[in-house]
Design a protein around this ligand. Sequence first.
Ligand code: ZN
Length: 137
Amino acid sequence: MSKMVKKIDHIGVAVENLNEAMKLYSESLGLEIEGTEEVKEQKVKVAFIPVGESRIELIESIDPNGIIAKFIERRGEGIHHIALEVDHIEDALKKLKERGVQLIDEKPRIGAHKMKIAFLHPKSTKGVLLELCEKQE
Ligand code: ZN
């Protein structure tokens, strides 16, 4: 079987206040913030923080009815998803579907950093929301 997943691209963390969270990661943990970005389509503001070959993605909702706001309302702040980098996201989605994995996104959409992203349903991934992402040059 050819290798579908390259690495953990990032871990998404839902936070109430992005500035406060960035302060924690930069001042207390000594990490460098790569930059912030608003992803209007998903109603979030994100900050990426490189950690070795992976990153932490801090996510704040910019809409009280957005997915991240609802998540924090239900579960509090914390890990929201794990993102796996793949070479060909369409192929990966097709294979996963054939293998019986339930998809949230049948087709990739554009996320932060203009990456193609798609989510798998936590019901079929042991309660973990997995995101697939493919970098576009
Ligand atoms: Zn993500």
